[in-house]
Design a protein around this ligand. Structure first.
Ligand SMILES: Nc1ncnc2c1ncn2[C@@H]1O[C@H](COP(=O)(O)OP(=O)(O)OP(=O)(O)O)[C@@H](O)[C@H]1O
Ligand SMILES: [Mg+2]
Length: 227
């Protein structure tokens, strides 16, 4: 199991303090919604967790260690990041195959993840011609390749059609039910309200609220603490 922990995390870009003394943990086996206004610091925090942005101070760790110290990271943590780019000339299947080979994963994984995200019919089309939702599905498929026990998702439903959203909700619910852990950022509160156990709300880089989501209206809570 791979817990997620952010402790006194700080990131400045020049004079801008994008993440300011942020601490929270994501309990194993739960879905935690990571919310906050545009520019609040969500993507920066998730990128620090994934080792793509270096913290100014503090720590962002997975299973107690920074991402780059994970052994076989694709089998521990799957990630969907904002504005994921793929090589436009590759087909979906070729992209997945390249990642699979680099990570030393079994050959059957490619077909499996294409099926999971409903991209089988587009498997041999070039990614350059993919719609936003198809790219998002491919990003999810890539995240699932290593059968990770933890998912870090930055606005994964962006561009998904209603059927895709429903699939994602069902998938994440089942995934967490198996004891896996999900940290998901989104602006679509209705999307996470149905599946999240915990909520972390930030604004201007600082923690505003963190705790269990106990039925009460998420939108009211959000607008009260961050709006
Ligand atoms: N590479 C960078 N250089 C300079 N400033 C940056 C950089 N990345 C992020 N920022 C700034 O840090 C702040 C937080 O941005 P971030 O993308 O983390 O917000 P967010 O919560 O993900 O917002 P959104 O909901 O719009 O995706 C913003 O003010 C942004 O302009
Ligand atoms: Mg963002």
């Amino acid at each position: 199991m791979t817990s997620i922990r952010v402790h006194r995390l700080r990131k400045s870009f020049g004079k801008l303090l994008a993440v300011d003394d942020l601490s929270f943990t994501v309990p194993e086996g739960t879905i935690t919604a990571f919310l906050g206004p545009n520019g609040a610091g969500k993507t920066t925090t998730l990128r620090m967790l994934l080792g793509l942005v270096r913290p100014t101070s503090g720590e962002a760790v997975l299973g107690g260690v920074p991402y780059h110290e994970l052994d076989r990271p694709l089998e521990r943590v799957g990630a969907v990041l904002e504005a994921t780019s793929f090589h436009p000339g590759l087909t979906a299947a070729t992209h997945l195959e390249a990642v699979r080979i680099a990570a030393g994963l079994p050959a059957a994984r490619v077909a499996r993840v294409l099926e999971q995200v409903g991209l089988e019919a587009a498997a041999h089309r070039r990614v350059g011609g993919f719609s936003l939702g198809m790219r998002q599905r491919l990003a999810l498929a890539t995240a699932l390749l290593g059968e990770p026990d933890t998912l870090i998702l930055d606005e994964p439903a962006n561009g998904l059609d209603p059927a895709g959203m429903r699939w994602l909700r069902g998938f994440l619910r089942a995934y967490a039910h198996e004891g896996h852990t999900v940290l998901i950022s989104t602006h679509v509160l209705a999307e996470v309200e149905q599946i999240a156990d915990h909520v972390v709300i930030i604004a201007a880089g600082r923690l505003r609220w963190s705790g269990p989501l106990a039925g009460a209206g998420l939108e009211d809570l959000y607008l009260e603490v961050a709006g």
